[in-house]
Design a protein around this ligand. Structure first.
Ligand code: FE2
Length: 131
């Protein structure tokens, strides 16, 4: 029986459309807010249809030396074309991009996870240094 953590897949985002791509500075100033944007399919587009889409992106930060991560934010993508007329009839689709900002006094690692309704859980991470 697999453990939950084993269900999170990772790969090279330039070749695998499900990997959350983290855009954030390599280095930030201590205590100053900075922007983080996480998208799916930056290089290889992921579908956004009623039967195949990204449901959410969840972002965490673990400062160096900290035992536990902090959740920075979770973004849910709620519209995928469905209406009373059926699948892919509304023309309303939420794009799978999460944008937020936070600050930290300590360097650490950003973790992003995402969920595709038919291809499961994906993850990526990025190191952040602090000046
Ligand atoms: Fe997918």
């Amino acid at each position: 029986m697999a453990e939950f953590k084993e269900l999170f897949k990772s790969a090279d985002w330039k070749q695998e459309k499900h990997v959350p791509v983290i855009d954030a500075p390599d280095s930030v100033k201590k205590g100053e807010f900075f922007s983080v944007e996480v998208t799916i399919g930056k290089e290889v587009a992921h579908p956004n249809k009623t039967d195949h889409h990204i449901r959410w992106i969840d972002i965490y930060f673990q400062p160096e030396g900290s035992k536990f991560p902090y959740q920075i934010g979770k973004t849910e993508f709620s519209s995928h074309g469905v209406s009373t007329e059926g699948p892919d009839t509304s023309s309303v689709y939420t794009h799978h991009r999460a944008s937020l900002s936070f600050k930290t006094d300590k360097a650490g690692t950003l973790f992003a996870s995402s969920y595709c309704n038919i291809h499961g859980l994906w993850q990526n991470q990025k190191q952040i240094s602090v000046k």
